[in-house]
Design a protein around this ligand. Sequence first.
Ligand SMILES: Nc1ncnc2c1ncn2[C@@H]1O[C@H](COP(=O)(O)OP(=O)(O)O)[C@@H](O)[C@H]1O
Ligand SMILES: [Mg+2]
Length: 350
Amino acid sequence: MTCQTCDSKTHASGERQPILSVRDLTVRFAGVDQPILDRVSFDVGKGEVVALVGESGSGKSVTALSIMRLLPPGTTVSATAVDFSGQDLRDLSAGEFDHLRGGRLSMLFQQPQAMLDPTSRVGAQVGEPLYYHNGIHGRENRRQVVGLLSEVGIPDPSARADCYSYELSGGMAQRVMMAAALSAGPELLIADEPTTALDVTVQAQILRLLDAERRRRRLAVLLITHDLSVVSAVADRIIVMYAGRVVEEGPATRVLKQPAHPYTQALIRCSLFQADALGKLFSLPHGAVHARDLTAGCRFHPRCPVAQVHGCLDRCIVEEPHLGDTEYGCKARCWAATREDHAACEGASA
Ligand SMILES: Nc1ncnc2c1ncn2[C@@H]1O[C@H](COP(=O)(O)OP(=O)(O)O)[C@@H](O)[C@H]1O
Ligand SMILES: [Mg+2]
């Protein structure tokens, strides 16, 4: 159903029932003072594609890995809720979580070749979740493996099932990873930069495949990427992360057409390779900021062009904005972009 006010299939307020609800997810690595993720909250609706975007180092992979319980030992993870399909994942023991991961909750990684086991045949790796989660073995397992390989576009799937992963190209390896990730019939797939390591021509094929599979299976997808052109093709909703914080979220069409946060505006300009009047490509000033190097106030203020022009820089330096409603139906963590604080900001600078 399309929202009446924002021409999106879903609305920021969450028309769809969430399959995943994350609240206040905070991650600290041993020996690092600042939390790398700081109170990250978001929902993924049933059958919805939510894109998690941001520069390298903003905390996208750590978000995914903490949900999947794949962070290294010694990492401290806390949250007020991590609900998956009505179940609080924080309550699950390690054994119970193993039965969920790779089954109802599955993940696709950036480096398919690195994630596949070079010593085991492709068919065994795709068939393993089928056996472990669904108890399917023997000939039926083989039949379903070949069916899955065919479904993800592997030519001659029966022969390929007997190959080793090092015999496959990057694109074929990612198709195999997708077959393995989908084999036990997940309800939510977390895809972490699934096309970044691939050739440009293959990237589009893998994205089309991902989109076709999620429609066929009514699958919810949390799609992690730094590439906004990927997002525009498939996402219903966008969550923008900066230095371990969510700084903007809303329907994909809205965020892409009318980004409210200066950081989202800059990301879009970068991804479109926009140039200035002199033909110089736009780029964000300074390198990416990491959560561990933060100062007070808005995390983006040292790189923000808007704060200076808008006249609320004093406030941005000392006080971090909350995630407030913007004029265009999204939420943004910016004093200059949020409705109620727009006036407050002008008042403060008057
Ligand atoms: N195991 C780790 N120990 C310490 N710091 C880490 C670890 N893994 C990631 N980080 C740091 O966490 C931040 C977020 O990383 P990540 O989530 O991988 O970013 P990205 O948005 O590029 O996926 C980065 O500053 C990274 O250096
Ligand atoms: Mg990453």
